[in-house]
Design a protein around this ligand. Structure first.
Ligand code: HEM
Length: 133
């Protein structure tokens, strides 16, 4: 598989889960906290599945797949990872604090998560080029 194809698949996945996440915020704003929680459990599971799939691909199935790509797009990839790695870690905190109803931590985390996810989205969709070799 070409690295560009993998990047394109991940872009579609990120757009899809972002639509879900925005839906969860609309549910929250409408006062439907239960729906917000349910949508975000799906958001968490799908995002983690995509991340795990990517890790299995680049570590086990095709190590070195992105070697050449990274050479072409080192800065864009680094910038993307600065946002995406912390947001992946924060996802666990968000799920836990949401389920445990630790409201203040959850809301504070939510503000940080929104910044990090927006950065992940912008750098992933617009900065990483899927047409590179
Ligand atoms: C901008 C981001 C977010 C904000 C502002 C936000 C805000 C909230 C608020 C105010 C509640 C109600 C808490 C309570 O009454 O104790 C809640 C519940 C919840 N949130 Fe979030 N949240 C955000 C993102 C997330 C994310 C990313 C996840 C999961 C990965 C998540 C999972 C949950 C869950 C599971 C609940 C519990 C729902 C229930 O009680 O049935 N939230 N959230």
């Amino acid at each position: 598989m070409q690295p560009g194809v993998v990047i394109l698949i991940l872009k579609v996945a990120v757009i899809a889960v972002t639509v879900l996440w925005i839906g969860s915020l609309i549910a929250l704003a409408s006062g439907n906290t239960k729906l917000h929680g349910r949508i975000n459990i799906a958001f968490f599971s799908l995002t983690l599945a995509a991340l795990l799939g990517l890790e299995v691909l680049v570590r086990l199935i095709s190590p070195g797949l992105f070697d050449n790509y990274q050479h072409h797009a080192e800065n864009a990839m680094l910038l993307h990872l600065i946002f995406s790695v912390p947001s992946a870690v924060l996802l666990f905190v968000m799920l836990f604090t949401g389920l445990k109803q630790q409201r203040q931590l959850h809301i504070a985390g939510g503000i940080l998560f929104s910044v990090l996810w927006t950065g992940t989205f912008i750098t992933g969709i617009f900065f990483l080029r899927h047409e590179l070799p």
